[in-house]
Write a protein that binds this ligand. Structure first.
Ligand SMILES: *Cc1c(COP(=O)(O)O)cnc(C)c1O
Length: 446
């Protein structure tokens, strides 16, 4: 599918971003020239996916589309049970309803915002056990998504087993920069978890991109196919949640997959309550068909190689221009280090959000803040949490933009970089929601 995009003038953008209260989520899509807000649900489906849409079985119960997805999940990921959901956070809502209670502790590598939101909503606590190397954007480490086994074991030791419903491993780790977790680390986490008798759940939105990095960076896997690597990765998980809007290459969809029949039964109750009957769970039959194909396509080397190279292409351009970005480059996005980009702004003034606004004003390019706004307030003290990393994420949709678009993005950010000394005021909040505020927050110039 091809869409037209529209250029705008700086003065138009100044008005629009003010009307949007400096929250880029409030812009209309036609006010955006190149949209790197997210790679979620923004991919282009293939000819094979579109043709499967025509074959969707919309039966309420027992649709063939449910079984097409079941076959793909069993074959590629190795899980015997699964529940469709309308997207990733719905999978979290359903599974966590069955697993978690107030007072629980859920260790993992930097939990994604909706994951953390669903944990904290249940008055449980997410504990970040990512390796320290992940928090230095300039340090080269092949697997910055890895969990620190010492940090993890400390958490497992400090709490009774009844209060640790699971460990959540996010592959790739979105919040720390689209950084992969090594097979070795997945194996070690599972071994430690087994020792303490705690289940492991993979938050799997970008599992295929993670497999690509394992193939390219972990010597023992260089001759393995992506599908072999994916299959082995999931042997170290008891269950998975999936936002299919990423590596499923569909516009909407998700699922939970698991090994335990008991978990399947427990979660089915919540799926029926929140999502839909067990065999559709919020998805249309045609969408389940497209997802089954998407999972097969995203686990091919050729596709992953072209995608991840495009992300690296943007990263290289920005590096050439002297712009500080997270290294090594992530799988789905380039993360600009906003604290290094705008060192003169105080952390209280939402530095990465300011940078996102400046990039939009410069060329109509929309990125997203992964920083203080996203980190939200501490649920107990209600104080702002200031994360180690203050990032502007430029997420690349799958199979949508060309490298010419990447050139425009890089040039625009270079222009902002060239005038960075003139950016002396950040932003302040005028209105915010009690949880997951970044989606709806309103700001003004500080
Ligand atoms: C996108 C995402 C989710 C949430 O999925 P939605 O489909 O947006 O609801 C959860 N975890 C990770 C790692 C994600 O990237």
């Amino acid at each position: 599918m091809v869409e037209t995009i529209r250029k705008s003038t700086r003065s138009e953008r100044e008005q629009w971003v003010m009307d949007a209260r400096y929250n880029l989520f409030n812009l209309k899509s036609e006010q955006v020239f190149i949209d790197l807000l997210t790679d979620s649900g923004t991919g282009a489906m293939s000819d094979h996916q579109w043709s499967e849409m025509m074959l969707g079985d919309e039966s309420y119960a027992g649709a063939s589309s449910y079984y097409k997805m079941k076959d793909a999940i069993e074959e590629l990921l190795g899980f015997p049970y699964y529940l469709p959901t309308h997207q990733g956070r719905a999978a979290e809502n359903v599974l966590f309803s069955a697993l978690m209670k107030a007072g629980d502790v859920v260790p993992g590598n930097t939990h994604f915002d909706t994951t953390k939101g669903h944990i904290e909503f249940r008055k449980a606590k997410a504990v970040d056990c990512t390796i320290d190397e992940a928090f230095d954007t300039q340090l080269i480490h092949p697997f910055k998504g890895n969990l620190d086994l010492n940090k993890l074991e400390k958490v497992l030791k400090a709490h009774p087993k009844e209060n640790i419903p699971c460990i959540i491993v996010t592959v790739t780790c979105n919040s720390s920069g689209g950084q992969p977790v090594s097979m070795q680390n997945l194996k070690e986490v599972k071994a430690l978890a087994e020792h303490y008798d705690i289940p492991v759940v993979f938050d799997s939105a970008r599992f295929a991109e993670n497999a690509y990095f394992i193939k390219n960076r972990e010597e023992a896997y260089k001759d393995h196919s992506i599908k072999e690597i994916v299959k082995e990765m999931f042997t170290y998980a008891d269950a998975m949640t999936m936002s299919a809007k990423k590596d499923g290459i569909v516009n909407m969809g998700g699922f939970i997959a698991m090994r335990s029949e008991q978990w399947f039964r427990d979660a089915s109750v919540y799926n029926i309550m929140f999502e839909g009957f067990v065999t559709y769970g919020g998805m249309s039959g045609r969408d389940m068909n497209a997802l089954a194909v998407g999972l097969r396509e995203s686990t091919t080397y050729e596709y992953l190689d072209s995608r991840i190279r495009q992300v690296a292409y943007l990263g290289e351009k920005l590096t050439e221009y002297g712009i500080p970005v997270q290294k090594p480059y992530g799988g789905h996005a380039i993360f600009v280090d906003a604290k290094r980009f705008l060192p003169n702004l105080p952390k209280e003034q939402y530095v990465a959000q300011k940078l996102a606004v400046e990039l939009y004003l410069e060329a109509g390019v929309r990125g997203v803040e992964i920083g203080t706004l996203l980190a939200d307030r501490d649920p107990d003290t209600r104080k702002n949490r200031y994360p180690d990393l203050e990032l502007l994420r430029l997420a690349i949709p799958r199979r949508v933009y060309t490298n010419n678009h990447m050139d425009v993005v890089a040039a625009a950010l270079k222009n902002v970089h060239d005038r960075r000394d003139k950016i002396t005021r950040g932003l302040k909040i005028t209105r915010e929601a009690p949880i997951m505020r970044h989606f709806t927050v309103e700001l003004e110039n500080a």
